[in-house]
Ligand binder design. Structure first.
Ligand code: NI
Ligand code: MN
Length: 226
């Protein structure tokens, strides 16, 4: 599988399917690609905030790729003409050699539309199993004890964790998340996009590797193979 980071929380996983997560591209000053340059078979959106929902609607329509998300957000997207598969926490979507499970995240999740705040269900993380590789994308969240359950039930090999602080957990929380999840590889995300979430990923890497995990710091646009 090839894993590419497009900055913030946006990843493209390319295996037997192309899975795009939280495609925040056109409004992200650090995104290395435009929405029209990214193709996907399935799009996953962790919650309705603009820096995650991003360009999902546009890419979904162009690629005829359904958006998998929490039920209430799927209703909002449906009204905007997007094919959305609305699920709930604990549920698993399956397509050939891919499964996607919605798991808990501790955050807020409403959609802001002009002056309006539209209730959009709970935020989620995703556990993705593609071709036998299990990846946990935490979405926006603080650390929470049930990450231990996520680790025990799904045994993710790779964990994508926010480290930016301010809107999510910071480095200290992410280190505790590693202890609970026990992954083999950690990829930090949701940092340095905006001034309030400025972090030094090398500091995170130094501390995390003391816990026995491998940390892969990607630059926006960079990939690695697993
Ligand atoms: Ni958020
Ligand atoms: Mn966010």
């Amino acid at each position: 599988m090839k894993i590419t980071w497009f900055g913030h929380s946006c990843f493209l996983l390319e295996g037997s399917k192309r899975i795009l997560i939280d495609p925040f591209l056109s409004q992200n000053p650090l995104a290395p690609v435009k929405p029209e340059d990214v193709d996907a078979d399935i799009i996953l959106v962790t919650h309705g905030h603009g820096d995650h929902l991003g360009d999902a609607a546009e890419i979904s329509k162009r690629c005829k790729a359904p958006v998998i998300c929490i039920y209430e957000l799927s209703i909002i997207l449906g009204k905007r003409g997007v094919e959305a598969i609305g699920m709930n926490i604990g549920g698993t979507y399956r397509l050939e050699d891919v499964s996607v499970t919605l798991v808990k995240a501790v955050h807020s999740a409403d959609v802001v539309s002009g002056d309006e705040i539209i209730s959009a269900g709970n935020p989620v993380g995703f556990v993705i199993n593609m071709d036998g590789v299990v990846i946990y994308h935490a979405g926006d969240t603080d650390v929470f004890m049930d990450m231990k359950l996520i680790g025990e039930i799904y045994r993710p090999r790779i964990a994508m964790l926010p480290i930016g602080d301010f809107y999510t957990m910071g480095i200290r929380g992410a280190l505790k998340a590693i202890e609970l999840l026990k992954p083999e590889i950690v990829i930090p995300m949701h940092y340095n996009t905006f001034p309030p979430i400025k972090q030094n990923p090398e500091e995170f890497k130094r501390e995390a590797e003391k816990l026995g995990v491998k940390v892969i710091i990607l630059k926006p646009g960079e990939s690695f193979e697993i």
